[in-house]
Design a protein around this ligand. Structure first.
Ligand code: SAM
Length: 233
């Protein structure tokens, strides 16, 4: 359980995974020119500092959402500190799923969740952003998701039986592996399905990195960071 007024300190494995994915995305999948970077705040804005380190000119706008009051206040302090090194971040108190697009440039969303993105309301939340075109073809998403196995493999695999059968994944071990690798894509595909866009927008997953994270107050466990790109079918 998170304690209030505490800084969120994530370990090096998380940022190694993030750098790997970011650099791969930039090399193979980013459009020429600048993009808007929309992210979840936390308190340290570490992903934003990583992005700035990799290429300080790659973004035209950085927006960081944080709905926690104390986290938001700490994030504002971090924003003021990084401003001194030329890094401009628009830190907003609010829900990232209420984001309203303000430009036509490609957007990179980093949905850096602390929990798991399945068996939750995330498919409906993504559906809202997609149906209102705040996320569009040409945009990319990185999603962090805990693997969710605490819920029990029987429950998880039963819930995603239709997806796994469609992909013709047979056998418990293969179905588990596929779930580990694909579950954020399943969430986004369900979001597209909810709004009838499954034949209008395609999803391409181009990388998945698993890392082990340990926090003082949090569980330790394996998380996967997954990179997806949207395109018009
Ligand atoms: C994993 S941390 C972000 C860490 C940050 N990316 C970094 O590397 O420094 C996720 C943060 O997002 C916040 N959060 C989770 N869901 C959110 C949402 N829907 N809208 C806004 N903030 C959210 C949580 O309170 C938490 O502080």
């Amino acid at each position: 359980m998170a304690q209030r007024n505490k800084r969120l300190n994530y370990g090096p494995a998380k940022y190694a995974a993030f750098h790997l994915l970011l650099c791969r995305w930039m090399r193979h999948h980013a459009h020429n020119g600048q993009f808007q970077y929309i992210t979840l705040g936390g308190t340290e804005l570490r992903d934003i500092q990583s992005l700035h380190y990799v290429d300080h000119q790659c973004t035209c706008c950085i927006i960081s959402f944080e709905f926690g009051k104390s986290e938001y206040e700490l994030a504002c302090g971090t924003r003021d500190r990084v401003h001194a090194i030329g890094l401009q971040v628009d830190v907003r108190r609010g829900d990232i799923f209420k984001f309203q697009r303000g430009g036509h440039e490609p957007h990179l969303f980093f949905i850096d969740l602390k929990g798991c993105c399945v068996l939750s309301e995330y498919d409906e939340k993504f559906a809202g952003l997609l149906s209102d075109e705040h996320i569009r073809p040409g945009d990319s998403l990185f999603i962090t998701s805990h693997l969710g196995a605490r819920r029990g493999w029987t429950t998880l695999l039963a819930e995603y039986a239709e997806e796994l059968d469609t992909l013709e994944v047979a056998g418990m071990a293969n179905r588990r592996l596929c779930f580990r690798r694909c579950h954020p894509s399943f969430t986004l595909f369900r979001a597209l399905h909810l709004i009838g866009f499954q034949s209008v927008i395609g999803l391409r997953c181009f990388a998945c990195v698993e890392y082990r994270d340990k926090l003082r107050w949090h569980y330790s466990g394996i998380r996967s960071l997954r990179a997806l790109q949207l395109f018009s079918n």
